[in-house]
Every structure is written in C-alpha cells, then in structure tokens.
Write a protein that binds this ligand. Structure first.
Ligand SMILES: C[S@@+](CC[C@H](N)C(=O)[O-])C[C@H]1O[C@@H](n2cnc3c(N)ncnc32)[C@H](O)[C@@H]1O
Length: 409
C-alpha cells in the first residue's frame, strides 16, 4: 500500500484541512479505498497530488494587487530584525526603516553589509531605550520569540510579563507610541500554553492602549512565496484611531519550486550557484530512493523502519520526513538548518539539501542580499526570516492603513 496515504497524510501533504478532503471525498473528487489490514479509508497519493496541481494552476491570472503607493513618508522601527526578511519586505512596500534592533552579531553584520545606511542597534533589546523615537515612528514591527507567562490568575498586565521578550516588544511600543504595531510569530502561538500566551499578549496590548485586530495566520503561498510557510500576525491599533485595518488579500496564484529556482515570474535569472550543506552518506543513500514529491513512505519497508527509528510506530503522517520536493509544488517550510533530523527537504533532481542561495530564493530574498557568518549561520538567518514577499504584502496593508489615518487626521 506504498502508493496510498491516509486522510491525515493527504491533508499534511497538500496543506488542506481534513474537512476539505472529506468534502472532496463526498463530492467524488477523491476516491478512497480500504486498507486491507486496518480497513481504514486511504487515498491514492498521485490522485491527491494531481488534485493539488489542479488547485495550483487554476485561477492563475490575478485580477488585483495589494500594492498601494505611500502618500507620506512612513517610518518603521523593526525589533528582533534577524537578517532582515520583514525589513526588506517593508522597504519594498515603500516604508523606511529608521532603526532595527537585533542581538545576533551575524544577523547584524548581514543588515549592515547590505544596508550601510540602516541604523542597526546591536544587542539585547532589554538594554535599549527607544524613547527618542517617541511619536516619530509610524509602525513598530517585531517577531518576538514566544515564551510562556507566569500567571497570578487575573488579567495579565504589562508588569506581570517582565522578563519575557513580548514584554520588551510591548514596552517599546508604549515608549514609541506608533499608530500601529505588528507582531509576527509562528502558528503555534495560537495554542501555546493552551491559548493563554496569546490571550495575555492581547490583554497587555490593551492595557498599553492598543486594540488588537482579530489574529490571523497568513499562508505564505497566498502571497507570492513558493513555500508552504505560515505566519501569525498580531496587529495592534492605537485606541484613539478609528481606521479599520485590513489584512492583505490572498492571491490565487501559487508559485512552486521551479518559480523559486528558475528564471520566470518571480526571478529574472536561474538561481546563482553557491555553497550548501551536504547529507551524510547514510542519509544520502536513503534519500536517493525517494522520488520527487515523495517522502519516507516511498522507501522499502525495511529502510522505512531503520530510517524512522521509534517514530515508525508512532503513527501520524510525518510527510515532512525524508521529503524530496517536486519542481511543480511549493517547498515545505524551511527550517533553521537543512541538515536537521526529520525535516529533510531534498533537491528534486540532486540528492542534497538546498544551497544557501536556493534557501534564500525559497524565502524570496533578492539574490544580491548577502548573508554574513558561516554557512550554518547563513542558513539559520534565512530559515528564521519572514519571507520577503509576505513582508511586502503586510507592508502594503500598513501603507493602506497609514494613508487613511493621515487623511482623516
Ligand atoms: C524569528 S527571528 C526574526 C526574523 C526577522 N523578523 C526576519 O524577517 O528576518 C527572531 C530574532 O530575534 C532575535 N532575538 C532574540 N532575543 C533577542 C533579544 N533579547 N534582543 C534582541 N533580539 C533578540 C533573534 O536573534 C532572531 O534573529
């Protein structure tokens, strides 16, 4: 039954919910068969993937764009800036970065090397006072690392969150007093500590004078990024402002790995050559056996067992393990290290991880954006980033909001 996958695996593989797949099953778009031993309903993998290709290629002509011209000069203060994925996105949307804070020296070197004119504040955010920027910045952005709060049982206030990086984000927003602030995070924040962490963040922003727009998780594939990455966006609007914030509208066209690495709509040239990590011999030998769009299930049973170890018996799809990406699908989420165990994303034709420049392309960084530090440091900076094109679309939504805000002011 190697060619067949469960509903959970199909859902993971193409990034559609189980409910959608059940509906497709009911509507006859997908036909299930019974797995002989367990009697579970399973689906033919090629059929599931074909269905996804149809979904990808339909509606490829866009009838709209989120682009909007800034009507004033808008200023961004970017916290937890990393190697600048979000910052470049903001710049592409026409916003000016007045300062960026980041603790990692290699990421700071990357920012300085590429934008010598950017004011890079290197060091722990805790050590910086941003009150000089008070009322001089239009938006504060930041991808604060997620940490649990300790609760005294009541509504969480700013002071209760001391010691966390979200506290620092909120403290800077309070110091700077921008019309809008944007936090970005992983989807996991929705369920972190049973949802209490996010609830705490919303109540803290409320306490410092910001109303939080209903939180959304944006799918990068809907924003011209050839990767199935998701980003949770937390938008706070200063309470004296009545303007409604709207998330960027999703596009229909989904780009794939070919669009990332070859000349086409996303890039004017094929991906430049660059250094990259290699798989150890044992892993390479296993991945040689996996076809494009395949994963560990495509291996001979004995190899599956030895490669997966204990997780073989744990159940669940795990379709990201020993995965070889196909040219005609978006890449799976890139991690901070391409050699990381159980998150292999192998090149479609060669048995190796993506190179540094391929990684950067999949995150929609421009080819001339150079990364500082060792190869491992470079992968980490790229893997940590908000995809540039997603950042740009979020940037347009901020420009739209600010244009309206200054018009009525
Ligand atoms: C998810 S990454 C941000 C990525 C960035 N938004 C981008 O698009 O490239 C989070 C960043 O927070 C930085 N960071 C963590 N702790 C910090 C601290 N105490 N002060 C300043 N930066 C910190 C990390 O070094 C990391 O680069």
């Amino acid at each position: 039954m190697n060619d067949y996958i469960t509903l959970a695996e199909a859902s993971e593989l193409i990034g559609k919910s189980k409910e959608t797949l059940r509906r497709w099953d009911r509507e006859g778009k997908l036909s299930a068969v019974r797995e002989p031993i367990s009697n579970y309903r399973v689906y033919k993998k090629s059929e599931v993937l074909n269905l996804f290709s149809d979904f990808i290629t339909e509606n490829t002509i866009e009838t709209f764009s989120n682009y909007i011209k800034p009507e004033n000069e808008y200023k961004v203060l970017e916290l937890f800036a990393g190697a600048g994925g979000l910052a470049i996105g903001m710049e592409k949307a026409g916003l000016n970065c007045v300062a960026l804070n980041e603790i990692d020296k290699f990421a700071c070197a990357t920012l300085r090397q590429n934008r010598p004119n950017w004011k890079v504040l290197e060091g722990d955010i805790k050590d910086f006072d941003f009150s000089d920027f008070r009322n001089k910045v239009d938006v504060v952005t930041g991808g604060f690392p997620c940490q649990a709060f300790s609760y005294a049982g009541k509504k969480l206030g700013l002071a209760d969150a001391r010691g966390t990086l979200f506290y620092e984000f909120a403290r800077v927003v309070k110091e700077v007093n921008p019309p809008i602030c944007i936090g970005e995070n992983v989807r996991g924040l929705l369920s972190h500590d049973g949802g209490k962490t996010l609830k705490g963040m919303i109540s803290i922003l409320d306490e410092i004078g910001y109303k939080v727009v209903p939180v959304e998780v944006l799918k990068a594939i809907n924003y011209k990024v050839p990767q199935k990455r998701e980003r949770l966006i937390l938008v706070g609007i200063r309470k004296d402002i009545e303007i409604k914030y709207e998330y960027p509208k999703p596009y229909h066209k989904v780009y794939n790995l070919k669009d990332a690495l070859k000349k086409g709509e996303l890039f004017d040239t094929d991906v430049p050559k660059s250094e990259g990590a290699k798989y150890p011999k044992s892993k390479r030998e296993v991945l040689e056996l996996v076809p494009p769009k395949g994963y560990w299930r495509d291996l001979p049973l004995e190899v599956q067992k030895s490669f997966m170890g204990g997780s073989f018996y744990l159940g669940g799809g795990k379709t990201g393990i020993a995965r070889r990406i196909g040219w005609d699908e978006p890449c799976l989420t890139l991690t901070c290290s391409p050699a990381q165990k159980q998150t292999e994303r192998c090149h479609p034709e060669e048995t190796r991880p993506f190179t540094v420049r391929e990684y950067a392309r999949i995150q929609t960084f421009p080819d001339d954006w150079e990364f500082a530090g060792s190869i491992a440091q470079q992968y980490k900076q790229i893997g940590n980033a908000v995809p540039v094109n997603l950042g740009m679309e979020v940037g347009y939504s901020i420009v739209k909001f600010l244009n309206e805000h200054y018009k009525v002011k």
